[in-house]
Design a protein around this ligand. Sequence first.
Ligand code: CP
Length: 331
Amino acid sequence: MKHLLSTRDLSRTDALAILDTAEQMAAVSQREVKKLPVLRGRTVVNLFFEDSTRTRISFEAAAKRLSADVINFSAKGSSVSKGESLKDTAQTLAAIGADAVVIRHGSSGAPARLASSGWIDAAVLNAGDGTHEHPTQALLDAFTMRRHWARLHGTASTGTDLTGMHVVIVGDVLHSRVARSDLWLLRTLGATVTLVAPPTLLPFGVESWPCEVSYDLDAALETRPDAVMMLRVQGERMHSAFFPSVREYSRRWGFDDVRLRRLDTLGLEDTILLHPGPMNRGLEISSRAADSPRATILEQVSNGVSVRMASLYLLLAGGNTPAATATLENA
Ligand code: CP
């Protein structure tokens, strides 16, 4: 694996390698000294053309915990605002000596373009591109679900997949790179997925995706999901008037206090509630639901550091080879 661009083309073997290595990284994060020397002398560039809190900070923390040098680049305040192209930006980073480029871009396909361009000989990690994919978000979501699934069944999470798990993904699927990356990865790991959304917020061709599709959140809850992933309503990507209305959206597709109680009524005490953040509290999720013991939202953020440490480590330290494993175990 040279790059991490999508979960659609991530093999089960590579996905499990990242998740299992992330378990080792999580153990490091519990130590008093949280640093590993495994990427000393390597340079990771965070190249963000779109805003981010969680992903940017998490990649920075991950790279620093592996002892890499980190350069943070934000399009705002850079020469991109003077019209500099992705190619010239990439070649500047190559001249600086970047070993890995973590890129978030508003255009779907920008990370793949960077990876295949030959402009730079660095590992490229997609930190979210347009409405296409957000692979490390999906990996941290799967990591969180796998830990929950293992706790529930009294087994170790390492080495296992999500066979038998049922996940409901709810909301603005049309604009969501998280929904796409989650779907491909969850299917690769053996879970079944139901997408729930208003008809106007489902993409063209969704019928051919490997999942059930529903417009009815209450009916989807009746199918007894093990995990419910609420998506952010992406107002900034909606060019036409918000449809349905905010009020109707919240009532029919929001995870509100009524639906939170409904999980108890249905006897779904082990169902977890995920959200990738940032949240629109009161729209797609109520504050009571977001702050409830079912919610794994902050756990997802913590797990994101472990998953990104694993991704950087596997891409930069020689892949999932015996030598790389030994380096990690001896660090
Ligand atoms: N989940 C996520 O990508 O959050 P940020 O936009 O804050 O990075």
